[in-house]
Design a protein around this ligand. Structure first.
Ligand code: DGL
Length: 252
């Protein structure tokens, strides 16, 4: 049995975990929501690195064979540090700029992410690669993480919050919107509704989660981590309240 640690600042990483379990149903997973410290989006890289060291130490103590940072902000702030300091493989989130750039018909793509992700060197490098080919518009999804952490995925207030960040991207002509934060896929119905109501029914939203699941499978194979030898299992842990985590784990 492989033991895989998965972390996020809250419930957002469940959108990634859903894809991982579809692809690799036979492993033992420990999902850790660091929701006592959520949101990560406005925290300093040092703060996030400190949180990630504590979480990684816990996963190692539990015998984890690999760890997934199911959080774009944590990946941007800490994955290089963790790779330098710990012996297990770390899989992080990739901003899905490439599929958006390949798919756009208007030549404009939109990125929705946290401030921390948009400042990260990984995103900036990826952006630099595609900037000549397409125009890239960015917005922080202000308030999106809080909506999802509160379990408020739809309704007039959620639409108002979503519209404030999405409308400027659509107005700029973006027809492919990258969901650069793992919380945002939980707002997909609301994002689609707002886009359609605002005259952009053809806008497409791109979630990198399936690609991250495939990457985990590849990394396990490359590192000789034995898959599926024993009973599958899932543990959910939270540094704060577990209420929303348990609720969301049932619908994701
Ligand atoms: N789900 C996270 C991400 O992918 C974290 C968001 C936050 O805590 O601000 O960026």
């Amino acid at each position: 049995m492989a033991i895989i640690g998965i972390m996020d600042s809250g419930v957002g990483g469940l959108s990634v975990f859903h894809e991982i379990r579809k692809l690799l149903p036979q492993e033992h997973y420990i999902y850790f929501a660091d929701n006592a410290h959520c949101p990560y989006g406005e925290k300093t890289p040092e703060y996030i690195q400190d949180r990630l060291r504590r979480i990684t130490n816990y996963f190692l103590w539990r015998g984890a064979d690999a760890m997934v940072l199911a959080c774009n902000t944590a990946t941007a702030a800490a994955i290089e540090t963790l790779r330098a300091e710990y012996p297990i493989p770390f899989i992080g989130m990739e901003p899905a700029v490439k599929p958006a750039a390949l798919g756009t018909e208007t030549g404009v793509i939109g990125i929705l992410a946290t401030a921390g992700t948009l400042k990260g060197s990984k995103y900036l490098t990826t952006k630099g690669r595609f900037e000549g080919e397409v125009r890239i518009e960015e917005r922080v999804g202000n308030g999106f993480v809080e909506l999802v952490e509160n379990g408020e995925l739809s309704g007039p207030h959620a639409e108002q919050v979503v519209r404030a960040s999405l409308a400027p991207l659509l107005d700029e002509g973006a027809d492919r919107i990258v969901l650069g934060c793992t919380h945002y896929p939980f707002l997909l119905d609301t994002l689609r509704k707002v886009a359609a109501e605002d005259g952009h029914p053809d806008a497409r939203f791109i979630d990198p989660a399936p690609a991250v699941a495939r990457r985990l499978a590849d990394v396990m194979a490359e590192n000789g981590i034995p898959a599926g030898k024993s009973e599958p299992g899932v543990e959910y842990l939270a540094s704060g309240s577990a209420d929303n985590l348990l609720r969301m784990s049932l619908i994701s």
